[in-house]
Design a binder for this molecule. Structure first.
Ligand SMILES: NC(=O)C1=CN([C@@H]2O[C@H](COP(=O)(O)OP(=O)(O)OC[C@H]3O[C@@H](n4cnc5c(N)ncnc54)[C@H](OP(=O)(O)O)[C@@H]3O)[C@@H](O)[C@H]2O)C=CC1
Ligand SMILES: Nc1c(N[C@@H]2O[C@H](COP(=O)(O)O)[C@@H](O)[C@H]2O)[nH]c(=O)[nH]c1=O
Length: 242
């Protein structure tokens, strides 16, 4: 697929020092601090759509809205919806219609669903979201082309690890924001940033570190993963470390 047929893709993730993106408890683990969450909000506000995997919808019950009233108003003043389109993908279709993904805010919602679970998913959440028949299995490249066809030029992928790994392994990411929080999780049952995979960046092909920034007690590492990378787009705040 040529680059122009897919959106600009920015992956965003926060990890512990030992590489975990959550713990094994029932509660969502906050790794970012307040200033970093505000930076993430600015990045959200700059995008046309935000994608998370169905695992994150089930586990975190995220709203995926632009939190700042000022940023929402600025988007509306530019003729855009107050918050980006919410996007998820599922093979099983086991999604709860009362999840905040479907109920919070009035952003458009898209569910890319494997053909095998399409009927069940249409029945369950067809009133709250547009359910797209995405084939079996769902190919992230196809999904991106479909999003481009719906006018999405800039996509933020907010996890979880399974989804991040697929976009990275397929070379379908232009920018990575990795925030490192100053603690360890140390629990092998907890999810990591990404699992095993055949990634385009390895010891013989290193990614370019475009920025390192201290934001209070966390560090933001911005990696340029393709030649489409744009220097502006990391959100504001913090202190550059170079
Ligand atoms: N610290 C951070 O920045 C973040 C942390 N997280 C954490 O990540 C964890 C969740 O990660 P993880 O469990 O990996 O889940 P994901 O959010 O990556 O979702 C995985 C699910 O997405 C669906 N899916 C993924 N790829 C495909 C495909 N190609 N075709 C069809 N469906 C697909 C499947 O859904 P289905 O099962 O329905 O078939 C799969 O089980 C949570 O603990 C959450 O807290 C999440 C985001 C950010
Ligand atoms: N825990 C964590 C993140 N988690 C991400 O934020 C989502 C929650 O969004 P919302 O419900 O809109 O606040 C959640 O589903 C996951 O994608 N993000 C970060 O920048 N830092 C963090 O420490």
């Amino acid at each position: 697929m040529s680059c122009s047929t897919r959106p600009y893709v920015l992956l965003s993730c926060a990890t512990s020092i030992d590489g975990y993106i959550d713990d094994a408890s029932d509660q969502r683990l906050m790794l970012s601090n307040a200033d970093d969450l505000d930076r993430v909000d600015a990045v959200r506000a700059s995008c046309d759509a935000i994608l998370v995997g169905a695992g994150t919808v089930r586990r975190d019950d995220p709203r995926l809205l632009v939190r700042s009233a000022r940023r929402r108003a600025e988007r509306v003043a530019c003729g855009r919806p107050a918050s980006p389109t919410k996007v998820t993908l599922t093979a099983r279709g086991d999604l709860d219609p009362t999840a905040r993904f479907f109920t919070a805010g009035d952003a458009a919602r898209l569910v890319y669903c494997a053909t095998g679970a399409l009927e069940k998913t249409q029945e369950r959440i067809g009133r709250q979201a547009t359910v797209v028949d995405a084939g079996d299995p769902v190919d992230p490249g196809w999904l991106l082309a479909d999003l481009a066809g719906r006018g999405v030029g800039r996509l933020m992928v907010e996890g979880g690890g399974t989804v991040h790994a697929q976009f990275l392994a397929a070379g379908l990411a232009d920018e990575l924001h990795l925030v490192v929080a100053p603690f360890f999780v140390g629990d092998g049952r907890a999810p990591r940033f990404v699992g095993e995979g055949n990634f385009p960046w390895h010891p013989g092909h290193r990614a370019r570190l475009a920025e390192a920034r201290q934001i209070g007690d966390v560090v933001l590492l911005r990696y340029a993963l393709s030649d489409r990378f744009t220097e502006t787009g990391g959100g504001a705040g913090g202190r550059s470390l170079r």
